[in-house]
Design a protein around this ligand. Structure first.
Ligand SMILES: [Zn+2]
Length: 557
């Protein structure tokens, strides 16, 4: 049907009816509270009188997304039939007619969004606001992806704001899915440097102004890195409720936006880092060759898309002056620590492909291993008078010039041309899963990477069983420090006031309910035995030439 539509468009060029795909969103209110978001979709049908409608299905670990689509109906003169699966419908109409479809976006599940280790990507429809990711909320007709599209909002209650990265001209059907739309009691403001617009709601430990300024600075630094002009970019922030003792910040990079999900106790540092990471996804991997089309192969290249994004997160934060060498080292060290203790640290890439969405440690692996490989390759490239920066910029230039290769294929080729062959490393570390070790001088002259034994981290009770048990403590190990401090099975975990998950050398402070009393427990979260980890230690005195060389190593060129 796509082919037919394209041929028809060519044939009729100049006198064709407007073929824009139009969406209108309209909040459905009852007694001042939003219950659903009505959507009307209008477009010009194909010559064969039939178009498949694709409902949201699975995205970002969310499944059965069509459950958020309610009361899907065809407009006058059209009819809807079943499609090839629950996410498809077949719309039939008079050949070439302008057709319309309506549906309601509803929240599939009760209550405000709650953090479950990642963002709530399913539609959020609450009494005073909504939050939608295009992928999970829009029903999209199977027409030429290059067809013009427009999304409008009407009937917003007084005082409501609306913000979306779809609020600009020149939109095509291809842009609809990787988008975010928020409305309601969001506050919408611009970064002073004009590099970002922010939509945020709820109370935070930082001000809207500071957040918008920092967002603008981070996006601005990334654009400067790639030599890009200023263009519209939206940052949305959805506040999610936290389970006791939990704090989370996450987000998802979209084509010209990022949607940010955080618990109210998130601090500015976590947010800065997430902003920097997600902002990098505007370019990595989409503009440097992109993913393979197949979803399985896509997961197989997360070492590049997530690992390189992590590498450039640290690099650009140093470059922009948000981090000094010490902050860079602290961030890297907490990753090295987690990597060393991870149950999945020697998993081959095939396991990343298979278990990315089902095993948390496997999910973190491409971020960690890819970042370490990027660090090693950058050092080798610098020894050749090049850098990973130069490789990525060259990849982008080739992709823009029409090189059809994916980012993974192109990386191998460009790095080789720049004097570094990465094929053997990919076999050893990605295919076979060998543990990556940084060389001692990989960041020289910034300092040394030490390899040392460290005590194992253990909370002293079984956190998974406790979480599954509504935070009632389970599996206290009588031989560990939590028991010695007085923690017992059956107490209720209320919150964590201090400590660093994964670090056995920082005191953990938990507040628990013991019968009617609230008690505080402090202890070093040590397990049995030790493990080997790597740690980047900044040189004690860094100044003059050494400091500027160090800066070049961390911040790139
Ligand atoms: Zn990412």
């Amino acid at each position: 049907m796509r082919v037919v539509a394209a041929a028809l468009a060519l044939f009729c060029a100049g006198f064709a009816a407007p073929d824009r795909v139009e969406y209108t969103l309209r909040p459905e209110m009852l007694d001042g509270a939003m219950r659903a978001l009505g959507v009307s979709l209008t477009f010009t049908g194909d010559a064969d009188g039939e178009t498949v409608l694709e409902l949201p299905s699975s995205w970002g670990g969310e499944e059965e997304l069509w459950r958020g689509v309610d009361d899907l109906r065809a407009g006058d003169g059209a009819s809807l039939g079943a499609g090839a699966g629950p996410q498809f419908r077949v719309l039939r109409y008079a050949p070439g007619a302008r057709v319309s479809v309506s549906y309601r976006i509803i929240q599939d599940g009760e209550g405000p969004p709650v953090s479950q280790g990642r963002g709530r990507y399913r539609p959020v429809i609450q009494p005073r606001y909504f939050h939608l990711i295009g992928e999970t909320a829009l029903v999209v007709p199977d027409v030429d992806e290059g067809r013009p599209a427009r999304v409008r909002v009407s009937g917003l209650p007084r005082g409501w704001r609306y913000a979306s990265d779809l609020q600009h001209g020149g939109l095509a059907v291809a842009n609809l899915r990787a988008s975010v739309m928020v409305g309601g009691d969001f506050r919408v403001l611009n970064a002073p440097n004009g590099h970002a617009r922010v939509a945020i709601r709820g109370a935070w430990s930082f001000t809207d102004r500071d957040f918008a300024r920092e967002a603008g600075e981070i996006i601005g630094a990334q654009r400067a890195f790639w030599g890009d002009e200023r263009q519209p970019f939206l940052v949305t922030v959805l506040q999610q409720e936290a389970a006791p003792g939990n704090r989370s910040v996450g987000g998802t990079g979209l084509s010209d936006a990022f949607a940010f999900f955080a618990t109210p106790n998130a601090d500015a540092g976590m947010i800065t880092r997430t902003l920097a990471h997600e902002g990098n996804h505007t370019w990595i991997p989409g503009q440097i060759g992109g993913f393979p089309r197949d979803e399985t192969l896509e997961r197989g290249s997360y070492w590049l898309s997530e690992g390189f994004t992590e590498f450039f997160t640290g690099r650009l934060l140093v470059r922009q002056g948000v981090w000094g060498p010490a902050e860079f080292a602290a961030d890297l060290n907490s990753m090295l620590d987690a990597y060393a203790q991870s149950s999945a640290n020697t998993a081959p890439n095939a396991r990343v492909i298979a278990d990315f969405w089902s095993d948390n440690e496997v999910q973190r692996l491409p971020y960690r291993r890819g970042r370490l490989l990027a660090t090693i390759w950058d050092a080798r490239l610098r020894a050749e008078g090049r850098s990973l920066d130069a490789v990525l910029r060259a990849m982008r230039a080739r992709a823009r010039a029409g090189d059809p290769r994916t980012a993974g294929e192109m990386f191998l080729q460009v790095a080789r041309e720049f004097g570094v062959d990465t094929a053997a490393d990919l076999t050893t570390y990605e295919e076979q899963g060998a543990l990556v070790r940084l060389s001692e001088d990989v960041f020289a002259p910034c300092g040394h990477v030490l390899t040392e034994d460290a005590p194992r981290f253990h909370r002293g009770f079984d956190i998974d069983a406790t979480s599954a048990n509504n935070n009632v403590i389970a599996g206290v190990d009588p031989t560990l420090n939590a028991y010695a401090a007085g923690v017992r099975d059956g107490m209720v975990l209320l919150r964590r006031d201090a400590g660093e998950i994964g670090n056995a050398n920082v005191e953990l402070v938990y507040v628990m309910r013991d019968g009617d009393a609230e008690r505080t427990f402090r202890y070093l979260p040590r397990g049995h035995g030790a493990f080997t980890r790597q740690r980047f230690e900044i040189a004690p005195v860094l100044e003059g030439e050494a400091l500027s060389q160090c800066r070049a190593v961390l911040a790139g060129n």
